[in-house]
Design a protein around this ligand. Structure first.
Ligand SMILES: Nc1ncnc2c1ncn2[C@@H]1O[C@H](COP(=O)(O)OP(=O)(O)OP(=O)(O)O)[C@@H](O)[C@H]1O
Ligand SMILES: [Mg+2]
Length: 319
């Protein structure tokens, strides 16, 4: 098994990153692309929404109590310099969702709110050593640990916080493909270009595939149509900073309800109802991209890469 690593991120908040992570993970694990996949979600966002949605309150509280959330991994491994493995923080069978009567194979490396403070302490520790801080230590730690998990999972999906934190940079470094959901309004699209410059400038370990943008919450309004048209035109340019996924996800009441994660033992079919077709199309498109020998998103070398200074974390220099 050689698992593929997907990061989901965007500079902008509230564009559907977590919705994409959870629904894609559950679609792949439920057999939405023809075979049931073994999926791991790594939650690098201190808001921990993906963790709550997948594991539910009760299991998550138990994991917090047992110090099995990722804040403890980073605290031990980076701040205290102890030898820790990421797999000690992975909960196998984290989800109670069933598909075709069987529990899906969905594992979780959960986040907690403490992750925010641990990140600040990491930055403080590394900057106060007097050496310039480029996040390399965290990046290498995360990438090396995730690399070991390729033998265990078919797909590893990382939910990143909004913006570009040291954790997001680490996720980008480790990934085979980067997905950026975007909603069809002017500000989201403005932020997207800046973000793609950062993504392009950020070091990547395995691949130089351009980030793929997903049009999310698409509505049949004139503004949405114009924004989407402009995005597709920009993505088609030979020196584009991103590619667009063909699949679009419409504004969907079913997805809003699904993300409320109210059902303790959901079935895949009931949870996603009329959103299934779009999710399965999306999952198929993504699987095709990550399985391609020479992914179509490989960039023509663009001026963007040379023109952009190396990425520095937004939080750099915080006490
Ligand atoms: N296709 C969709 N249709 C309707 N609502 C959606 C859709 N995608 C996401 N949402 C809603 O948009 C809101 C934000 O989604 P989500 O939490 O996934 O965004 P996010 O990018 O992860 O946010 P953050 O930056 O805070 O992590 C949620 O209420 C979610 O239910
Ligand atoms: Mg989120």
């Amino acid at each position: 098994m050689t698992g593929k690593i997907i990061s989901v991120c965007n500079m902008k908040g509230g564009v559907g990153k977590t919705t994409l992570v959870v629904s894609l993970a559950e679609t792949l694990a439920a057999g939405g692309v023809g075979k049931r996949m073994k999926v791991l979600v790594i939650d690098l966002d201190a808001q921990a929404h993906a963790s709550f949605c997948i594991a539910g309150d009760e299991l998550l509280m138990q994991l917090f109590k047992e110090h099995r959330s990722l804040d403890f991994f980073f605290e031990d491994a980076v701040l205290d310099g102890r030898k820790k493995q990421l797999n000690e923080f992975i909960r196998e069978s984290a989800s109670s969702m069933t598909a075709g009567g069987e529990i899906i194979s969905l594992a979780l490396a959960p986040a907690s709110e403490r992750l925010r403070y641990v990140e600040r302490s990491i930055i403080h520790k590394l900057t106060s050593t007097g050496t310039s801080f480029d996040g390399k230590r965290v990046r290498d730690l995360v990438a090396n640990e995730i690399e070991l998990l390729r033998n265990v999972f078919d797909v590893i999906i990382i939910d990143c916080p909004p913006g570009i934190s040291i954790f997001t940079e680490a996720a980008l470094w480790a990934s085979d493909i980067v997905l950026a959901p975007v909603i069809m309004d002017k500000f989201s699209v403005l932020g997207l270009t800046t973000f793609c410059k950062h993504v392009l400038a950020a070091p990547r370990r395995h691949s130089a595939i351009l980030p793929y943008v997903l049009a999310n919450r698409v509505q049949p309004t004139n503004v949405a149509k114009r924004v989407l048209q402009a995005l597709r035109a920009e993505a088609a340019a030979h020196d584009a900073g991103f590619r667009m996924l063909k699949t679009e996800i419409p504004q969907s009441a079913t997805l809003v309800k699904a993300m409320a994660c109210e059902d303790d033992a959901p079935t895949y079919a009931l949870k996603y109802g009329n959103a299934r077709q779009d999710l399965e199309n999306l999952a198929r498109e993504i699987v095709e991209i990550i399985n391609a020998d020479r992914p179509s998103g490989r960039p023509a070398v663009s001026g963007l890469r040379q023109a952009t200074r190396p990425v520095r974390t937004e939080t750099r220099g915080l006490p």
